[in-house]
Ligand binder design. Structure first.
Ligand SMILES: CC(=O)N[C@H]1[C@@H](OP(=O)(O)OP(=O)(O)OC[C@H]2O[C@@H](n3ccc(=O)[nH]c3=O)[C@H](O)[C@@H]2O)O[C@H](CO)[C@@H](O)[C@@H]1O
Ligand SMILES: C=C(OP(=O)(O)O)C(=O)O
Length: 434
C-alpha cells in the first residue's frame, strides 16, 4: 500500500490543467465494443481505473494502440467471447465499477455477456437492478448465480421498448442506451440520467451512426440501427477534479488558475462553491481562484443554515460532497452536508474530527460542519484513504493543516486523479510518495 507524506500549511500558486474525465472515460471506452471499426479516443486520463479497463478490453481481444500519452486507437473486430469465462476476466471485471458498462455493448452486439458484481468505491449499496430491468425490457434474459454473478443473453437479438427507469442511474442509462443503439426498433428511456458524460456518450454514438433524440434531457429516444462505425472522440475535462482544485485553493488560501474547464459543462458546481463564500473568476474558459484569507458560508434568505446535498444531474454531484465538506471546515459559518445517494460516504469525517475540525455526523447521510474560519488550523495526523473522493478530501485537509500528515492507501486516490502528487508539487505542495 502506498502512502503520501504531506507537510501542510504551504500556500500553493500557479496553473493546473484538469485531466480528462474519469467517469466519462469509463463509458466511452466500453462503447468501442459496439463496432468492428476503429475508434480513436483522446484526453484519456492516465489513472488506475481507466488503465484497468483498457487492459480488460485488450485481454478481451480488442486491438489497442497508444498513439500519444493520452490518445488511444481501439478496434473491436475480433472480440474473444471465451475470455469472459476465464478467472482472469472475473478478477479484472470485479476490480472496478466501470467494467459494468461492457454489458450493454456485448449483449447487443454478441447476444450475451456475463459479469461478476463490479468493484468501485465501497460507499454503500450500489444496486445493479436498473441496468438489468432496462436490458430485460429490451429482451435480455438474466440468470443470477448467487447474488454476485450475472449472466445475460439475447439469442434473437434485442428489440426496442418503452421504459421508465426506477432511478436515473448513470452507468445504468449508459448500458441501456448502448444496447438500444443496435436493437431492432425504437427505445424510449424515461428518467434517463443526463449528465454531461452521458451527453458525450450520446454524441459519440451519433457520430458512429446511432439515432438518438433528447440528448441532454431525461427522455431519450433511440431508433436502433443495424451497425455502428468508427469515430474519434475527445473526453471533457474532469469536473470532479475541477471541483477538487477549487476546494483545494480555498482551503489552503492559494491562488490557482484551473485551465480549460469547459465551464458551461460544469452545471451548478461553481455556484455551489460560491455558496461557501469562495471567490471564483471565469477568465475565458479558465477558472481563477484568488488567494482568500476567509470565506463565509451563505445562509438561506431567511437566515437559516445552508444545506448542500447531492442530486442527479443537473443537481449537485455526490462525488464532490466530500470536498465541499472538508472545505467547509475552514469556512466561516455552518452548513449541513446531506449525502442522499450513498450511505457510507461520510464516515471519513472521523479523521477530520481527529484533525481538529468541528463536524457532527448526524447519521450516515448527514453531517453538520461548523467552520473554524481559519482561526484554528487543522493538525496533521496519520490516516487511511477510504475511497477516492474522501481520499482527496483528506489530502486537501492535510495540505491545509499544520504539521505532517500521512495518508495511507493512496491507491484509492490514484484510481481517479492523475499524477496528483507531482501536479500539486508543481504548485508548491509538499507531498512525498512513500
Ligand atoms: C463509474 C461511474 O460513472 N461512477 C459514478 C456513477 O456510479 P453509478 O452509475 O454506479 O451510480 P448510480 O447512478 O447507478 O447510483 C448511485 C447511487 O445513487 C442512488 N440513486 C441514483 C439515482 C437516483 O435517482 N436516486 C438514487 O438514489 C443509487 O441507488 C445508488 O446508490 O454515478 C454515481 C452517481 O452520480 C457517481 O457517484 C459515480 O462516481
Ligand atoms: C464513486 C466513484 O467512482 P466509482 O463509481 O468508479 O466507484 C467516483 O468517481 O467518485
Amino acid at each position: 500500500m502506498a502512502s503520501f507524506e504531506v507537510i501542510g500549511g504551504h500556500p500553493l500558486k500557479g496553473e493546473i490543467v484538469p485531466q480528462g474525465a474519469k467517469n466519462e472515460a469509463l463509458q466511452i471506452l466500453c462503447a468501442v465494443l459496439l463496432t468492428p471499426e476503429a475508434v480513436t479516443i483522446s484526453n484519456i486520463p492516465d489513472i488506475r481505473d481507466v488503465n484497468k479497463l483498457i487492459e480488460l478490453l485488450r485481454d478481451m481481444g480488442v486491438k489497442v494502440g497508444k498513439l500519444a500519452s493520452d490518445t488511444y486507437r481501439f478496434q473491436a473486430d475480433a472480440v474473444n467471447l471465451d475470455y469472459l469465462d476465464t478467472p482472469e476476466f472475473i478478477a479484472q471485471a470485479g476490480a472496478l465499477r466501470g467494467s459494468v458498462m461492457i454489458l450493454g455493448p456485448m449483449l447487443t452486439r454478441f447476444g450475451k455477456c456475463q459479469l461478476p458484481k463490479p468493484g468501485g468505491d465501497k460507499i454503500g449499496r450500489r444496486p445493479m437492478d436498473t441496468h438489468f430491468l432496462g436490458l430485460e425490457k429490451l429482451g435480455g434474459k438474466l440468470t443470477l448465480e448467487g447474488t454476485d454473478f450475472y449472466r445475460i443473453k439475447a439469442d434473437n437479438g434485442l428489440t426496442g421498448a418503452y421504459m421508465m427507469l426506477d432511478e436515473a442511474s448513470v452507468t445504468g442509462t449508459a448500458n441501456i442506451l448502448m444496447a438500444a443503439a443496435l436493437a431492432q426498433g425504437t427505445t424510449t428511456i424515461y428518467n434517463a440520467a443526463c449528465e454531461p458524460y452521458l451527453q458525450q456518450l450520446c454524441k459519440m454514438l451519433v457520430r458512429m451512426g446511432a439515432k438518438i433524440n433528447g440528448i441532454g434531457s431525461n427522455l431519450l429516444t433511440i431508433e436502433g440501427v443495424q451497425s455502428l462505425g468508427g469515430t474519434e472522440h475527445r473526453m471533457l475535462p474532469d469536473m470532479i477534479e475541477i471541483g477538487s482544485f477549487i476546494g483545494l485553493a480555498a482551503m489552503t488560501g492559494s491562488e490557482i488558475t484551473i485551465k480549460d474547464c469547459q465551464i458551461p459543462e460544469l452545471g451548478i458546481i461553481p455556484d455551489t462553491f460560491r455558496k461557501l463564500g469562495i471567490k471564483l473568476e471565469f477568465r475565458g474558459d479558465d477558472i481563477h481562484i484568488p488567494a482568500q484569507d476567509h470565506y463565509e458560508i451563505a445562509t438561506y434568505l431567511d437566515g437559516s443554515i445552508l444545506t448542500v446535498s447531492d442530486h442527479t444531474w443537473p443537481g449537485f454531484t455526490p462525488d464532490l460532497l466530500s470536498i465541499v465538506l472538508v472545505v467547509a471546515t475552514q469556512a466561516k459559518g455552518t452548513v449541513l452536508i446531506h449525502q442522499k445517494m450513498f450511505e457510507s460516504r461520510l464516515f471519513f469525517v472521523d479523521k477530520l474530527i481527529d484533525m481538529g475540525a468541528q463536524v457532527i455526523l448526524c447519521d450516515p447521510h448527514r453531517a453538520t460542519v461548523i467552520g473554524l474560519d481559519q482561526r484554528q488550523k487543522l493538525r496533521g495526523i496519520s490516516m487511511t484513504s477510504p475511497d477516492i473522493r474522501a481520499g482527496v478530501a483528506l489530502l486537501i485537509a492535510a495540505l491545509s493543516a499544520e504539521g505532517r500528515s500521512v495518508i495511507e492507501n493512496v491507491e484509492q486516490i490514484d484510481r481517479g486523479y492523475q499524477y496528483i502528487d507531482q501536479r500539486l508539487t508543481a504548485l508548491g505542495a509538499k507531498i512525498r510518495r512513500l
